[in-house]
Ligand binder design. Sequence first.
Ligand code: 3HC
Ligand code: NAI
Length: 700
Amino acid sequence: MDVSEVVQLERHDVVALVTVNNPPVNALSAAVRRGIFEQIKAAAADPQVQAIVLTCAGRTFIAGADITEFGKPPQPPGLNEVIAEIESCKKPVIAAIHGTALGGGLEVALGCHFRVATKDAKLGLPEVKLGLLPGAGGTQRLPRAVGPELAVKMIVEGNPIGADAALKAGLIEEIVEGPAAGAEAFARKVLAEKRPLRRLRDEDTKLAAAKADRSIFTNAVAAVTKKARGLEAPFAAADAVGAAIDLPFDEGLKKEREGFMKLVTGEQSKAQRYAFFAEREAAKVSGVPEGTKPRPVARVAIIGAGTMGGGIAMSFANAGIPVTLIETGDEQLKRGMGVMQKNYENTAARGGIPADAPAKRMGLITGVVGLENVKDADLVIEAVFETMAVKKDVFTALDKHAKPGAVLASNTSYLNINEIAAVTKRPQDVLGMHFFSPANVMKLCEIVRGEKTAPDVLMTAVAIAKKIAKVPVVVGVCDGFVGNRMLAQRGKQAEKLLYDGALPQQIDGVVTKFGLPMGPFAMGDLAGLDIGWRSRQDRGIKSPIGDALYEAGRHGQKTGKGYYKYETGSRAPLPDPEVEKMLDEVRAKLGVKGRTITDEEILERMVYPMINEGARILEEGIASRPSDIDIVWIYGYGWPVYRGGPMFYADHVGLKHIADRLSHYAKATNDPSLEPAPLLKKLAAEGKTFASLAASSKAT
Ligand code: 3HC
Ligand code: NAI
């Protein structure tokens, strides 16, 4: 590509404007790198030019390296080379930032001598989120610009800061109105004032305190790596910032490069980059006529102010969307409103939201009694008890009271959306919006497409989910949809492993070591063992150990005892010898003898049956792509992103191995349901991967 296509140069008397134009996000493709390099050189060589503004066309400043280029042979010039060219330029170079200056984008800006940004701009180094560290000087220049404490926070957590914070921290010199015009005016000021060029590589003042007292740095690292369990990048990124403190600039840069190269070729980053694109892919709903527009949603009604209804209401209020929250009585309403209020107050007390946010957000939620109050809502989300009869009553009432064209969604975890839709005279307006608990925190929203759901209704759900910062994944109707259906297979094996001789703490230990936040038994205790018991009663299913625990009054955390015991006021699960005794009794009753089970067997029996179910889900078209299943698991269940989701993990392990092991366990544990699904068998036999599957399904 001709560089002038992606990076243009023009001159306004003494100020040159170098404009990057590579939509949608001005990523630093090879052509862009070359373009910036050449145009900066050209401007530097032009005797008429006294100052240079680097700006971007479109919606954002450079949002980073081109992620699609990672893993491919590098094309010159390298980004470090481009940045060195800018930094060493003898004429002032000013970065004009709008939108998001991220990753390599911010690194380019840090190589400029001055930075100005619009008020709503965001600046950050999010590389860790892709399993990387900033690889073009970010770990060396940012600490010099803002000091090591803030730099560690920004680089190790990967979250951007706004223009105001950037100004305060010394990352930018000014907030401007229009980026290019503002930067041009700033450039003229620099020239008029004969300001010396700032080359961050030469500025060590802000490192002095941490050089004298390294605990400033180590404390900052400790504060932000608490939640980084299992991830390589945050620690490598912190080491690279450490090098900025310990080593001269060029040596620090070398260290950073080594760290980057190690991560970019590693498995974790590969998985995290996959997840980045999988998330964006999931939002693309195929099988919907082009140009289908979502219906406008200005007001939402939520039915049920319980665990889920409350969390969902908060998600909407957080996005500034007014909510009518409907309950059956004043008492339930008061309780629900109280829980939300307290939740907001706790977050504000921790500094997570501004002090005035609880009042503002609660002000958007109107609690009322009676389903007739849905009449003004454009979208209604039902979150009442998980019983078909109750759901049908509610939807019959919604059909009567909701305005024509309102989208009617159910948050059911398992129930058949088609059956729910069939009680209304408008099944085309009905679908599932399955949020995950806690709904104000978890990002996944499974959008369940009923057989009659209209395309624009589907798109409305996808659009509104994105608007409230959720990650939507469209799925088809079946028992438990994608996530819970796969989870059920894991639950079944977890219980069987207990009878085979494993203990809850061993099984949970293997699952958490693998990287999930919780094992199945700690999760059961958290949700309440009474819930599972009630659902088994409904469905006529028995669980010898689950029923024994329930009957012994061990309902999980809420009673201080379940699969574990809990000290008063603590949520930490403690292994309980009483449970071991109960398990011995149950095994004796079942006439089985426990054996020693290896961690390897546990891991395989926890994960492979889920993958097998994922294969069935794909076969049935309940999910359109393997990557959609992965996104469900990453955002709904805390699957470790560095393992890319269960289907990605399966490809990594090898489908033949997984199919063989499943066949083995099917025989060894006398469980035909573990036999590999036809799709898994077929791909394994052909030496293929899930990733090789083309998108096709009923979910789309
Ligand atoms: N490289 C390649 N493609 C990218 C990209 C990147 N850095 N960032 C975004 N895209 C693509 C997306 O895949 C999407 O493509 P699609 O339309 O075909 O699905 C398109 O650009 C638009 O992206 P979004 O849908 O995410 O648009 P939003 O407006 O919602 O968000 C954004 C914009 C905040 C910039 C978001 O895309 C984002 O966070 N991008 C990644 C930023 C990032 O991680 N930068 C660091 C990269 S690593 C790096 O720079 C290494 C360096 O240190 C050497
Ligand atoms: P919950 O028992 O905490 O809350 C249900 C609320 O609905 C109660 O406050 C009840 O008073 C109210 N309600 C019942 N009938 C009503 C009616 N006719 N009109 C108005 N309000 C009514 O239940 P929870 O856990 O919030 O679950 C709700 C739904 O969300 C269920 O379908 C459940 O399967 C689903 N779900 C639950 C998850 C969880 O982890 N708890 C996760 C995802 C989905």
